[in-house]
Design a protein around this ligand. Structure first.
Ligand code: ADP
Length: 410
């Protein structure tokens, strides 16, 4: 009897199947890691917001010197911890390719000044000269992600401040090439600090790496700042570069091509006025405002209530602990403004706002999102869901003042 059959070499097919399976497994593991980090950071940040917010408030009351010192330490430690958590979250987002850059108008001169202002106090204290050098050819407005540009420059300037003990620190902004539609801008942060040994100059750009083992003990830090900055620049096809001589200082620099854009006329003067003169008309107002706060976390609710009460005297506060209650209480009480947390049980802040916008009775009420601030596209999502504005947690009194002024005034 003759036997017939087909012989097929399936080695290659098996190899392809194995590769696909391994890739799927790696992707699932990576997603699980990102989800875990996002959840953890939310869980850690919520109580931290309470510590930062309430120590901020406590610091404005009277204490003896020792108590003030202790309290400042608690406040600074909580802020540092928040920075570390945000860094780790950023890092994992970039690694998993989830970080997208925003496109918005950036006023380079204003942004550079804002950044320099952040370091003035420390520079004065350390007796270091702080210089800002902007090439007059730099266009006034460009199109880019101002939050991320600030993040990189603040990172570089914080390092310069940390590792410089005399001399100067300079932020230099120069246009190196110009086209009809674009401008290539070189940003440099130059210091006269301790410098970096040759053999460490590559290694410090890696994540979680510092120049040497004594750095953490002496200066703190996680070794993530330069890695994150480099990865953010890679998204703009740019690279963070370094020139340094040990003992003689360092220069960190990068060049980015931005689209030029005409500056929109803005009502900056009005906004500045809000910053300098907090809205006294709100506090002195005889007519009382009705504000609804939707927030499920007790500590955050207490902080929000305390701050609103400090800003608006005679304020009628209504509390909701989930989105569904917020919608019902808005219909019933018709508040002048709603502060809306995003992540809440039963119904989240996005869906609650959509419902508020659907009802003729409540659709005109300003809804201000209270966002965690770091999640991808959160700001756009707030606007898409009909929210009027947003402030990031931990709520800072001056931010809340500005927003309340803006929306209650109108
Ligand atoms: P971190 O500062 O949080 O440790 P970074 O990634 O920002 O992390 O920096 C990594 C290391 O590079 C620092 O720990 C320090 O050793 C070195 N470094 C960075 N900037 C400077 C600078 N301007 N002068 C001297 N050393 C620096």
């Amino acid at each position: 009897m003759a036997l017939k059959g087909v012989v097929q070499d399936i080695t290659q097919k098996k190899q392809i199947d194995d590769t696909i399976k391994a890739k799927e497994k790696a992707e699932a593991a990576n997603k699980a890691k990102s989800d875990f980090l996002a959840n953890m950071s939310h869980e850690i940040r919520t109580p931290l917001n309470g510590i930062v917010g309430f120590t901020d408030l406590l610091l404005k009351t009277k204490f003896d010197n020792d108590q003030l010192e202790y309290l400042k330490t608690v406040n600074e430690s909580a802020n540092t911890l928040m920075e570390i958590i945000n860094n780790i979250l950023d890092f994992s987002k970039i690694e998993s390719g989830k970080l997208e850059l925003n496109c918005e108008e950036i006023d380079i001169i204003q942004l550079s000044n804002q950044i320099i202002n952040l370091f003035k106090y420390e520079a004065n204290h350390k007796k270091i000269e702080l210089l800002l050098d902007i090439d007059p050819n730099v266009p006034k407005c460009i199109n880019g992600d101002s939050f991320r540009l600030k993040q990189i420059l603040v990172n570089l300037l914080s390092n310069a401040m940390k590792f410089t003990f005399s001399g100067h620190i300079k932020l230099q902004v120069v246009q190196v090439e110009e086209g009809e539609m674009f401008s290539k801008i070189k940003f440099s942060v130059i210091d006269t600090g301790i410098g970096i040994k040759d053999y460490n100059q590559k290694k410090i750009f890696q994540s979680f790496v510092q120049a040497d083992n004594t750095t953490t003990r002496k200066y703190g830090g996680t070794g993530l700042g330069l890695a994150i900055s480099s990865q953010l620049l890679a998204l703009k096809n740019s690279e963070l570069k370094l020139k340094s001589n040990h003992g003689m200082g360092s220069k960190f620099f990068f060049t980015v091509a931005y689209d030029k854009m005409p500056c929109k006329p803005n009502n900056l003067e009005v906004k500045r006025d809000f910053v300098q003169n907090p809205p006294s008309h709100l506090s002195n107002s005889i007519c009382s405002f009705k504000v609804l706060i939707a927030e499920d976390n007790k500590i955050n609710m207490l902080l929000a209530k305390t701050l609103v009460n400090k800003i608006i005297k005679n304020c009628d506060l209504i509390e909701a602990t989930n989105g569904q209650d917020a919608v019902a209480l808005a219909e019933e009480n018709l508040p002048d403004l709603i502060l809306m947390d995003i992540q809440m049980p039963i119904q989240n802040g996005y869906d609650a706002t959509l419902e508020i916008r659907k009802s003729d009775k409540t659709k005109h009420i300003p809804v201000i999102a209270l966002t965690a601030g770091v999640l991808n596209g959160e700001r756009e999502k707030c606007i898409e869901h009909g929210m009027s504005d947003y402030i990031t947690k931990p709520i800072v009194q001056s931010d809340l003042e500005k927003v309340l002024s803006k929306w209650l005034e109108s």
